[in-house]
Design a protein around this ligand. Structure first.
Ligand code: VG1
Ligand code: CO
Length: 579
């Protein structure tokens, strides 16, 4: 093949957000748009790192992925990359990409040095919906801010990109290696099975035999909903073939370019079919709900865990996994190195860390901040309130790992007891609350709000922070039964490993009784602005831990809405989504 230099001009707004660049497909398909971003990424990584590299290129299979894979392959060839690895049909979950970078050995003994992941995660897909791309580093984790800022800078000044325009399209449907020769030597494309490396890793972490005993027991019923995302490419092999679940327990497990027209976000709003089956819908299901249900997002890094008629908040989930990991999961049997959560995630994990005397870290939203802690051996288990849970087995959150972690805990708690009454998901959560107290928690999302209005609201809240007495006066005027704000700030994080500082990571109001209100602007949307409001209240009194979450939180919600003048700024009387 030959290398062509193509003239181009910058596009506005190619700044990677919380997790890569996400835009409408209509934006991505503009001539040169994807090319500019890919070339800017190569430029940011520097020629030295790109030449001879082995790059993984794959994603959740959403609309435009196939075209994007061919473009990135041709640009990789032209930029001196030595090998491109592609999951069969272009499919690799985000956690599987991380695993492949860290674990896989290529046909010629090579190891990957980085990856382009093609996904907009939980955002819908299809010609009128979203596409996304992000770069992951040699450790398998998302590029840190130092790199993403550089990528953005290059997108603002880009004048040309390199592409091997005459390289034939590679057949991504069949596994195998294709060799090419360019002006500087060989270039190989290897298409490989999307699931086998990931499954191998899962088997090295969990006790598949004990999970299999649980899953094949007639007492235990199970349901997994991939929401037509890429988790479907793993679900049958893992849950049915390896672990003995019934095939009928898989819902929406065929990956689709448009996720079947749905919103591949595993929460109580969007995972409708699963929610109904689990007995959490508006009407009672026909059949008795399964004991355990779970769902994943488009790229399978998120998870929602449900029991029969019971929702596990993601903040509780990571705390419960951390509390039980050493007993229930062989990978952790020698102990946890530490635990971490993102700032808006509830403090349930903090309480566990304290009890178990574990190192604890609070980082800004987005998985990239956990990676440094893990590389330094400071953190084993971490999570976010946004249905993200994971560990240092890779450098991304991991939806299927979280499900296997829960199944391991259930298997452990029911060990030798499968003939008796089952210890359920709900039992485990209630027991946890009884031991550690309960963090009532909810998140309100105001999606697609006018960007100017969202900024004004945030600026107003920052200004308000300078006078706590004024804040407390307002609060007291709204609800006198809510405790006082003792501290308010904008969250800033100094990475304990490399010392880098990330500022403006959300506005916090911290109350005397441990309650918190947090306001942030989302960094993953593709249109307008999304305001996220996180509401949390800690209850230690065992007689008060069984309340309905929305009732327990009602006073704080009222305070949050009045304090922020939410309706005044946004014109919205209600959030778009409540989780
Ligand atoms: C959201 C979540 C955040 C998560 C991010 C990526 O970001 O709040 O916790 O890490 O999505 O998840 P934001 O900036 O919109 O709040 V995923 O599943 O899109 O990779
Ligand atoms: Co995701």
């Amino acid at each position: 093949f030959n290398v062509s230099r193509v003239d181009t001009t910058p596009f506005d707004g190619q700044k990677p957000g919380t997790s890569g660049l996400r835009k409408k497909v209509k934006v991505f398909v503009q001539p040169h748009y994807l090319h500019n971003f890919v070339q800017a990424s190569f430029n940011a990584l520097t020629e030295e790192k790109v030449r001879g590299a082995t790059l993984v290129v794959s994603g959740d299979g959403r609309y435009f992925s196939k075209e994007a894979i061919q473009i990135i392959t041709k640009m990789s060839a032209a930029n001196g990359v030595r090998r491109v690895w592609i999951g069969q049909n272009g499919l690799l979950s985000t956690p599987a990409v991380s695993a492949v970078i860290r674990e896989r050995v290529g046909a010629d003994g090579s190891k990957a040095t980085g990856a382009f992941i093609l996904t907009a995660s939980h955002n819908p897909g299809g010609p009128d919906e979203d596409f996304g791309i992000k770069y992951n580093m040699e450790n398998g984790g998302p590029a840190p801010e130092g790199i993403t800022n550089k990528i953005y800078e290059f997108t603002t000044t880009i004048k040309e990109y390199l592409i091997a325009a005459d390289l034939p399209d590679v057949d991504i449907t069949t596994t195998g290696v294709t060799n090419f020769t360019g002006p500087e030597g060989p270039f190989d494309v290897e298409v490989f099975d999307s699931a086998s490396d990931y499954i191998k890793l899962m088997k090295s972490i969990f006790d598949f035999e004990s999970i299999k005993k649980l899953l094949s027991s007639p007492k235990f019923t199970f349901c997994y909903d991939a929401l037509h995302g890429v988790a479907g490419a793993y679900a049958k092999s893992i849950f049915v073939d390896e672990l003995g679940a019934q095939e009928s327990s898989l819902l929406n497990c065929t990956p689709k370019e448009d996720f079947g027209g749905g919103h591949p976000d595993p929460n109580l709003t969007y995972a409708k079919e699963l929610v109904a089956r689990m007995g959490l819908g508006k009407s009672e299901p026909q059949d008795e709900p399964p004991e355990f249900g779970a769902a994943a997002d488009g790229d399978a890094d998120r998870n929602m865990v449900l029991g029969k008629r019971f929702f596990v908040t993601p903040s509780d989930s990571v705390a419960i996994i951390a509390a039980n990991a050493v007993d229930a999961i062989p990978y952790f049997s020698t102990g946890l190195k530490g635990v971490a959560r993102s700032m808006p995630t509830s403090a349930a994990l903090d309480v566990v860390a304290k009890h178990l005397n574990l190192k604890f870290f609070e980082v800004p939203t987005g998985w990239k901040f956990f990676g440094n802690l893990m590389d330094a051996g400071l953190c084993s288990v971490c999570g976010e309130e946004s249905f993200g849970t994971g560990s240092d087995h890779i450098r991304e959150k991991d939806g299927i790992w979280a499900v296997l972690a829960w199944l391991s805990i259930l298997a452990y708690k029911n060990k030798d007891k499968l003939e008796d009454k089952l210890v359920t998901v709900e039992d485990i959560v209630r027991q946890h609350w009884a031991t550690y107290g309960r963090h009532y928690y909810t998140r309100y999302d105001y999606e697609n709000v006018d960007a100017g209005a969202a900024k004004e609201l945030m600026a107003y809240l920052v200004k308000l922070q300078s006078s706590l007495s004024e804040v407390n006066e307002i609060i007291n005027g709204v609800r006198s039964d809510v405790s006082k704000v003792s501290n308010a700030d904008e969250f800033e994080y100094k990475d304990p490993v490399d010392g880098s500082v990330s500022s403006h990571q959300g506005i916090r109001y911290l109350f005397e009784d441990g309650s918190r209100l947090i306001f942030r602007l989302s960094g993953t949307g593709s249109e307008g602005a999304t305001i996220r409001l996180y509401i949390e209240q800690y209850e230690k009194d065992p007689s008060k831990i069984g309340r309905l979450s929305n009732e327990a939180l009602a006073p704080l919600v009222e305070v949050a809405l009045k304090l922020s003048k939410m309706e005044e700024f946004t014109g919205r009387s209600a959030p778009t989504v409540i989780t």
